[in-house]
Design a protein around this ligand. Sequence first.
Ligand SMILES: Cc1cc2nc3c(=O)[nH]c(=O)nc-3n(C[C@H](O)[C@H](O)[C@H](O)COP(=O)(O)OP(=O)(O)OC[C@H]3O[C@@H](n4cnc5c(N)ncnc54)[C@H](O)[C@@H]3O)c2cc1C
Length: 335
Amino acid sequence: MIYENISLKKYNTFGLNVKADRLIPFKHEENVISFLRQQGGSEQSLFVIGQGSNLLFTGDFHGTLIHPEMEGITLEGRKDDVVIISSGAGVLWDKLVESTINNGFGGLENLSLIPGSVGAAPVQNIGAYGVEVRNTIERVRAVSLENGSVREFTNDECQFGYRSSIFKGELKGKYLITKVYFRLSTRPKLSLEYGSLREEVSKLGSVSLKNVREIVINTRKSKLPDPAILGNAGSFFKNPAVSESLAEELKKKDPQLPVFNNDSGEVKIPAGRLIELCGWKGRRIGDAGVHDRQALVLVNFGRATGKEIFDLSEKIKESVFEKFGIMLESEVEIL
Ligand SMILES: Cc1cc2nc3c(=O)[nH]c(=O)nc-3n(C[C@H](O)[C@H](O)[C@H](O)COP(=O)(O)OP(=O)(O)OC[C@H]3O[C@@H](n4cnc5c(N)ncnc54)[C@H](O)[C@@H]3O)c2cc1C
């Protein structure tokens, strides 16, 4: 089925009513392969779209969107307490998390309720509550958009970093991920160091996968706007990494500023706090705004265009740069 001149309103969580020339859903890897072989690399403007929860369309999309709908969660192997699970790219991320937890397999619990599809998870190495998906990815199966050839990437080959991977870097726009393999555990070491996670989970009685999931879900629901009600794409900017000396200076201006040391001797600063200190929290220009509980999230109050949201993001970047000398980088992909 090929949809032509299709509205993307239900394919992007900002709820923008833009159009695409074509959108083609694929349920099976072999069908994508034969489609791409027929194209023979001739179509320049192919783009893979999952649930559109990390995208900002600033206008109509002139080209072909490929929408992976590969289903299926499979137990591929089990040895001692290690299990290998595979999931089709079209499975909703949180369905996978829920299913693994129901089976007693740990590793993904902190990543509960992140919107989007499984196929997109490796692209920006999704992360939350002190855990990144790279910790559990065994390998990634993908099809070249240029010639339809299949390649499997090991965890190392994915070149994961903070909200990045080879699929967002060197091979950006070159592969369609069809399946992801995860290495999970029946005796997981839970990661509870983030914020008050351990304390909150203990309040529920036992420290179990289900209780971690419940706390993560409740916390997310209390902090982040639901895209079904208020259009947004989660964190709009990445948290910047700065030198220790700059972090010290910033701390003098704002003693409350939370800072996190990373492995490479740099310090991670919460972009939301910088935006807040520039006075943007809860502000609105027309129907584009900054969320009143989390300044890192830009929202569409209903009739904002993608261009208006983009313009707001640029204004925020300018004022953060003026005040702190830090240039924020978008986490959301702008099209
Ligand atoms: C309310 C909210 C909260 C969020 N919280 C978090 C969070 O805590 N942590 C976090 O990391 N992210 C978060 N996000 C961002 C988003 O959920 C993730 O980036 C998610 O992985 C995007 O999935 P998607 O299917 O919507 O991808 P899309 O937005 O459709 O696409 C994102 C990118 O991935 C590519 N892509 C998608 N599918 C494939 C595929 N099968 N093969 C190859 N490339 C593909 C696209 O081309 C694009 O480059 C949040 C978003 C929202 C709306």
